[in-house]
Design a binder for this molecule. Structure first.
Ligand code: CA
Length: 236
């Protein structure tokens, strides 16, 4: 079943872009353009996660968040606040009102999707297991599809399993033998050098169009999924 997102945002253009991108990632999205409508939708169906703009007509995102946290039946729904304001005090207010995360406009759809996946992973591990994300790379495990910056990446089965294993263990260095044991299913002996061939294919597929290489070759040791850009973004 697709995770259901309630998105409340009064900027119609942003709402349309976000809905499009979230649906493409395999989410079901219900939308409202003001706070009152958002609360009404919440009475009808229980979303798996809520994305709330802070400044909304009628009822603000912060107020919706407070109301959601007060009711036992909605208390556990994760909330990400979307806001044009970026001061530290705002962030604290958002988190104090019960939001799980906070993202400042402007943000890219892929940045938001990464946050949504991260929050779902923490709150609903079973739902998030359907998809894995690393930076702008998204793996849809159910559909066996991979996207980079929202564009499809075509991988053969071995490369798919290899990428999945690396995304499940970002930043860790694996030797060729470790990768062989983890990713290859055959009992027959396979040369460790085979791993290099598949890493090369995986890189080629992922880096189409001159995208940043996220696989680090660790000399005399093996490989690791690492990116300075993504690491910095996640730390902030
Ligand atoms: Ca607004």
């Amino acid at each position: 079943m697709k995770p259901l997102i309630l998105l409340v945002e009064d900027e119609e253009a942003l709402l349309t872009v976000l809905r499009y991108n979230l649906e493409r990632e395999g989410f079901e999205v219900m939308t409202a353009t003001n706070g009152e409508e958002g609360l009404m939708l919440l009475d009808e169906r229980r979303p798996d996660i809520m994305l709330l703009d802070w400044m909304l007509p009628l009822v603000s995102g912060i107020e919706i968040c407070r109301q959601v946290r007060r009711k036992p039946e909605t208390r556990d729904i994760p909330v990400i606040m979307l806001t044009a304001r970026g001061e530290e005090g705002d962030k604290i207010r958002a988190l104090n009102s019960g939001a799980d995360d906070y993202i400042t406009k402007p943000f890219s759809p892929s940045e938001l999707i990464a946050r949504v996946q991260a929050v779902l992973r923490r709150s609903r591990p079973a739902l998030a297991a359907e998809a894995l994300t690393y930076g702008d790379i998204v793996m849809d495990l159910a559909a066996h599809r991979v996207f980079r910056a929202n564009k499809p990446v075509h991988l053969r089965p071995t490369e798919f399993r290899l990428l999945r294993f690396l995304i499940e263990h970002p930043g860790r260095v694996f030797s060729r033998e470790q990768l062989l044991n983890a990713v290859w299913t055959h009992d027959t002996y396979i040369e460790p050098r085979t791993v290099d061939v598949h890493i090369r294919r995986l890189r080629k597929a992922l880096n189409v169009g001159g995208k940043e290489d996220v696989i680090r070759t660790v000399r005399a040791t093996g490989y690791s999924l690492e990116s300075d850009g993504f690491a910095a973004a996640e730390a902030s």
